[in-house]
Design a protein around this ligand. Sequence first.
Ligand code: NAD
Ligand code: LMR
Length: 344
Amino acid sequence: MVKAVVLGASGGIGQPLSLLLKASPLVDELSLYDVVNTPGVTADLSHISSIAVRAPEIIQGPVAKRQQKITGYLPAEDGLKKALTGADVVLIPAGIPRKPGMTRDDLFKINAGIVRDLVKGIAEYSPKAFILVISNPVNSTVPIAAEVMKQAGVFDPKRLFGVTTLDVVRAETFVQDITGEKDPSKTVIPVIGGHSGETIVPLFSLAKPAVKIPAEKLAPLIKRVQFGGDEVVEAKGGAGSATLSMAYAGFRFAEKVIKAVKGEKGIVEPTFVYLPGVTGGDEIAKETGVDYFSVPVELGPSGAEKATNILPNVDDEEKKLLEACKTGLKGSIEKGVEFVHNPP
Ligand code: NAD
Ligand code: LMR
């Protein structure tokens, strides 16, 4: 039985993400938490007749039909505790989004405290849950989550993930314009580093199968992946940032975590992890000089089982991108750690 929880469930990401989880055969119980509107969102989703069917390729044995349980809570009356109790996977899209002209770091002031307080709840009520952090700035909110879990004595680095899947989805989608490949998800493109601007490093030289990108199209393609978020923020003109594509990406990553936990083998996804706590991560931390980095991670029953070091395989242009990435990441990580130890 899998209980998934969405913290920030009434928001632009939270609602479509909850919809996808409601319709998923992998989720048996869904709990929604937000500071506003969860009764309405929960009532709405509860009318969906998604009698989910256990996918036989995931769970051996007879295919069982069942009705998914859904609950929703506000902060009053121990709402966070009730939402989190028994959670297996917690997705966090709570917090404010960008408006045109803002960087993700501009969100730190408000979102750092939101993530810290929600993760304190996870440490208390569901310390063994897999935590998927979506709230920006991811480069800082993941270190915040780790420090909170450490302070509570329940940090398991294999269970904490910064969700960078939207960068992977964008790389797949934008390269399709050039390759003409009909199914974008068939081209695997590692996107590593962090989740903002130049810390996002798409590695088109390592695409599988290999892609041929004309030299004059490569730099604009890389820029588009790095600044894809800005493209949406501008287009929405003050009404927020990516929500639907993020819900898709967040669900895609959550699905992979759940499948791996249930025993499916060979699932590898880029995600922003605490390197010293994941097998293979030490070597990458040494090479990058930072403790948090998104790399392709093999997922398994205990979560992030192995970090793959693909850094030696990148080409010379990508090496330059990585230098800019490391510089940008360092400060954001330190800022997150500092926030927990010396709150402003
Ligand atoms: P939104 O404003 O539409 O929704 C955020 C929700 O969080 C709101 O419903 C709000 O009530 C809720 N919230 C605020 N404080 C809370 C608290 N203490 N506890 C529970 N819920 C709380 O914003 P959005 O568009 O859904 O974006 C949410 C976050 O996700 C932003 O920080 C955004 O930058 C980030 N984001 C990340 C990625 C990524 O790739 N990781 C992609 C897109 C957006
Ligand atoms: C994105 O990449 O779309 C998100 O991180 C939201 C943003 O602020 O760009």
